[in-house]
Design a protein around this ligand. Structure first.
Ligand code: HEM
Ligand SMILES: *[C@@H]1O[C@H](CO)[C@@H](O)[C@H](O)[C@H]1NC(C)=O
Ligand SMILES: *[C@@H]1O[C@H](CO)[C@@H](O)[C@H](O)[C@H]1NC(C)=O
Ligand SMILES: *[C@@H]1O[C@H](CO)[C@@H](O)[C@H](O)[C@H]1NC(C)=O
Ligand SMILES: *[C@@H]1O[C@H](CO)[C@@H](O)[C@H](O)[C@H]1NC(C)=O
Length: 525
């Protein structure tokens, strides 16, 4: 039996709870979206955009505040542009914002639900993430591939040496893309492009097309109304890329399976004379053959992951180096100091190498400074999987959150003289504690948290060495717009940006390399 007092208490608590609950519900439904410019019917804010989306978003944020809400056609966007807001979305509410938005081209090109980079935060993603960080892109595997990267770098420098002797101009943009593409395709598939190797050349071309189509901001993605009209061209292109990529990978995988079968038959597990390193494809095929695996890896999963890595690794790395070299050209004092650092470490007796990395703090500061001003991926884009309240604002489920890291890198409230290229800011005072690993929310070139870039360890091995070797060996005579020669220190080269999934320089870096150390003895061996 319940006595009266207890009953009364229960009723009171129930009433109180109901009141509280109602108020909370009301509060939530009373919550507003973040500030927003005036909209037009159907298109929402589409008319406010420019091809360089991150710049358009920055301009709107300056006008409407650090957290804004936009409707682009039928898709809702939220743009955050301060470190505390970045933390709020990407750390405090990490699990809500650990998925990505997929458009039609992405879906088609990346094998629909077999993709890793665009997968929702689910069991499959977790499985691939673990595989990526522990095996494929883990320190141990990367370390094993050091000879391949060193060889590629030496060949790259050799080509430039030849050009410099002949006083011929080089398309550095192109050469860097080839270098980073060669490195990742050899690590993944043991193939490289060399003019004769058909498969590798084809992959290189395809990756360029994939990157382009993924980055295309297409109205049909935002306007259901236009979708029917736009579909033909865009969809046809996406399907064509997909078909060609698939045929290529089918043949690569077929050849590899044959080889694996043979070597198993002969009972000499992968031992053809000297110890052959397993490339990513070997590792992936091995995992897909495991019966008791938590996830059954299908061939589509393997093909999709290879595509993810190739596209994620090629442009980003090449672009970072190019921006750094361009900034150094425009800042000769910084360049000189960096060259002195490299000369001191190598004693001018050999080419700089990956093992030198810990002894190149100034080069590391240059990389940070480059990524502050020119993050290769200008915005961290995530999709919210449920309603979320951020700073008292209602962020609706399904909206795309863009953390504008490009805008934060240029915000005078965060950085002193933000437009000045000053690597020293990362070597003294508070700046020396800023890392790019995702804990400092004002510097997120590789993203942060679970969904952050798994390729960072690889990229951070390549970058100091490539940049170091380039400045160790060469200075540049650059051609300006009208073909005139620009001298380092006297004139500046143009630093405009070009739109895309990644943000490269608008103008390709074309110039004549001038050998700095003559002869370059370490290359004659
Ligand atoms: C300078 C070079 C690079 C930069 C600046 C960069 C930057 C980024 C950024 C900003 C993201 C999104 C992170 C987020 O949402 O928080 C990302 C994702 C990713 N990156 Fe990189 N990246 C670079 C190199 C690489 C390399 C070499 C690989 C090698 C395979 C790679 C593989 C990936 C993959 C697979 C993802 C998707 C991860 C996921 O969705 O879980 N990246 N990268
Ligand atoms: C993924 O795609 C495959 C093939 O298109 C399909 O059979 C499978 O059911 C899909 N899985 C999910 C979870 O949607
Ligand atoms: C990988 O190597 C880098 C530098 O050599 C080091 O900072 C990092 O902690 C290592 N990561 C793991 C998981 O061991
Ligand atoms: C330089 O290389 C880029 C990237 O491959 C290419 O788009 C561009 O057309 C090239 N420029 C010249 C002048 O060859
Ligand atoms: C969107 O797709 C259409 C159809 O193929 C294409 O003509 C258009 O150039 C694309 N838009 C952009 C911005 O690339």
């Amino acid at each position: 039996m319940i006595d009266h007092q207890t009953l009364l208490l229960i009723v009171l608590v129930a009433i109180l709870l109901k009141l509280l609950f109602d108020r909370r519900n009301k509060e939530k439904s009373y919550l507003k979206h973040p500030p927003s410019p005036p909209t037009l019917p159907i298109i929402g804010h589409l008319h406010l955009l420019k091809p360089l989306l991150h710049q358009a978003f920055r301009d709107l944020s300056l006008q409407y505040g650090p957290l804004i809400y936009l409707k682009l056609g039928s898709t809702q966007f939220v743009v955050a542009s301060t470190p505390p807001l970045a933390k709020e979305f990407l750390k405090t509410n990490e699990l809500t914002y650990s998925s990505r938005k997929v458009n039609m081209a992405i879906d088609m090109v990346t094998y629909h639900n077999a993709t890793f980079a665009f997968a929702p935060y689910d069991t499959y993603w977790k499985f691939m993430k673990k595989l990526s960080t522990t095996q494929l892109l883990g320190n141990k595997t990367i370390e094993k591939f050091t000879p391949i990267r060193t060889k590629e770098l030496h060949e790259f420098i050799q080509i430039l040496v030849r050009k410099s002797k002949a006083q011929e101009s080089v398309n550095l943009t192109e050469a860097l893309l080839r270098l980073s593409n060669n490195i990742i395709s050899q690590m993944m598939l043991s193939i490289k492009s060399s003019g004769t190797a058909k498969q590798a050349e084809e992959i290189k071309g395809l990756i360029r097309e994939v990157t382009r189509i993924l980055g295309e901001f297409n109205v049909s993605d935002f306007l259901v109304f236009f979708r029917k009209l736009d579909l033909q061209g865009f969809e046809k292109r996406a399907r064509d890329i997909h078909r060609r990529y698939d045929a290529l990978l089918e043949s690569v995988i077929f050849d590899r399976k044959e080889k694996r079968r043979k070597s198993k038959g002969e009972g000499c597990d992968d031992n053809d004379g000297d110890e052959k390193i397993k490339d990513f494809l070997d590792i992936l095929l091995y995992v897909s053959e495991q019966k008791e695996s938590e996830i059954k890896l299908t061939k589509n999963h393997v093909k999709s992951l290879i595509l993810d890595y190739l596209t994620a690794a090629t442009d980003t790395t090449a672009i970072s180096v190019e921006w750094a070299i361009a900034e150094l050209f425009n800042n000769p004092k910084v360049l000189k100091k960096a060259q002195e650092e490299v000369d001191k470490v190598t004693k001018k007796e050999r080419l700089v190498c990956e093992a030198d990395s810990p002894n190149l703090p100034y080069i590391h500061a240059i990389i940070k400074e480059t990524m502050r001003l020119h993050p290769p991926i200008p915005m961290i884009m995530r999709k919210g999987i449920e309603d979320c309240v951020i700073n008292g604002n209602m962020i609706p489920k399904g909206s795309v959150t863009c953390v504008n890291i490009w805008a934060m890198g240029r915000d005078p409230q965060i950085w002193k003289n933000p437009l000045k290229f000053k690597p020293k800011r990362f070597l003294e005072g508070e700046g020396s504690t800023i890392e790019i690993k995702g804990q400092n929310f004002e510097m997120l070139p590789f993203g942060t948290g679970r969904r952050g870039c798994p390729g960072m360890p690889l990229a951070m091995r390549e970058l100091p060495t490539i940049i170091g070797a380039l400045i160790q060996c060469f200075e540049w005579k650059i051609f300006g717009f009208k073909g005139e020669i620009l001298d380092c220190g006297k004139s500046k080269i143009n630093m405009d940006e070009r739109p895309g999934l990644t943000v490269p320089r608008a103008n390709n870096f074309i110039g004549v390399p001038v050998a700095r150390l003559n002869p370059i003895p370490f290359l004659l061996v």
